[in-house]
Design a protein around this ligand. Structure first.
Ligand code: COA
Ligand code: NAP
Length: 268
């Protein structure tokens, strides 16, 4: 596949990826590192971080990581300071840590709801709020990983819907407050992405997968590379005039149900 980006488009840049030890966010970390960024990866499990870092260093990139729970503000700030000490001021920051499970509201304790909101929304607040003193001003690009749940209600997803909607508004407010400082703040809203924990949890069976694909305009799941490419674009100088945008990378999923029988035209 031809690559729209020139080589080493992020040479000399520093990226911090919250929740970067697996899935979509690891795909972003790998893509940014392959384009020259020095990458810091944080999540809870040091074992997962070590394995993620190894995938990048084995490929010739520069990466380092440390264990942080994004619900712990002081821990987040310590990891940002450590990243700056190690690599220099942060140019690109991705907030992608998340938790999810399918549960109806009556099957969800107050703590279950709070847990997802704490990881997704409060975690994103913590990462964004704490990074202000550690990112390059002007020039930094902040990216929240949100989801369709933030704009479209979804049954059994009350916690994630509330959290991602909050992330979308936080992203827009920060874009307004921090634009004058030269900090851009955007969101990426992935559609269903293959070979991820998120899709494992939401559409585990082949029947559910086939039904879901049949409703997507482009008729397939996306890939981690699709999301990484958008993150690379937002991280690059090409996106210098984009802020406050929530960009759908979803094969058209957010447009609605595109299955042939969603609306049958009248016979004429
Ligand atoms: N249905 C209903 N409630 C559930 C649940 C489920 N499937 N899974 C967890 N909960 C509840 C727990 O019972 C607990 O509530 P309680 O104290 O009232 O019993 C609460 O959620 C917190 O669970 P706990 O396991 O203590 O939280 P944690 O902080 O250790 O883990 C999770 C967070 C639950 C989100 C866990 O699944 C996780 O770590 N996920 C990360 C990976 C992931 O979700 N990836 C997909 C990203 S889209
Ligand atoms: P994933 O592999 O489970 O990624 C979640 C990451 O967050 C993991 O690295 C996890 O590592 C980390 N994490 C979880 N709780 C954390 C905490 N409290 N503190 C710090 N790190 C934490 O899932 P994914 O499916 O790739 O999802 C990645 C992002 O994309 C999420 O924001 C998700 O909402 C979004 N998204 C996914 C899809 C999809 O199709 N998969 C669609 C739309 C949006 P540890 O376990 O080490 O903490």
């Amino acid at each position: 596949m031809a690559d729209a980006f020139k080589d080493q488009v992020l040479a000399g840049k520093v990226a911090y990826i919250a929740g970067g030890s697996s899935g979509i966010n690891l795909g972003i970390a790998q893509r940014l590192a392959a384009q020259g960024a020095k990458v810091a990866i944080v999540s809870r499990s040091q074992d997962k971080i070590d394995a993620a870092v190894k995938t990048i260093t084995d490929a010739g990139g520069t990466a380092w990581g440390t264990s942080v729970d994004v619900r712990d503000y002081a821990g987040v700030e310590t990891s940002l300071a450590a990243t700056r000490d190690k690599f220099g001021e942060i140019d690109v920051l991705v907030s992608g840590a998340a938790g999810n499970f399918l549960a109806p509201v009556v099957g969800m304790s107050a703590n279950a709801f709070k847990t997802v909101v704490d990881i997704d929304l409060i975690g994103t607040f913590n990462v964004f709020r704490a990074c202000f003193d550690y990112v390059k001003k002007p020039g930094a690009s902040l990216i929240a990983i949100t989801a369709g749940q933030g704009t479209h209600p979804m049954m059994f997803q009350a916690h994630a819907c509330a959290a991602k909607a909050g992330i979308n508004m936080l992203t827009r407010v920060l874009a307004m407050e921090w634009g004058p400082a030269g900090i851009r703040v955007n969101g990426i809203s992935p559609g269903p992405i293959s070979e991820t924990e998120g899709m494992q949890r939401l559409a585990a069976s082949p029947a559910a997968e086939a039904a879901l694909k049949g409703r997507i305009p482009l008729r397939d799941y996306g890939t981690k590379r699709d999301i990484a490419d958008m993150a690379l674009y937002l991280a690059s100088d090409n996106a210098a005039y984009i802020t406050g945008a929530i960009l759908d990378v979803d094969g058209g999923s957010s447009l609605g149900d595109a299955s042939p029988n969603a609306l049958t035209p009248p016979k004429r």
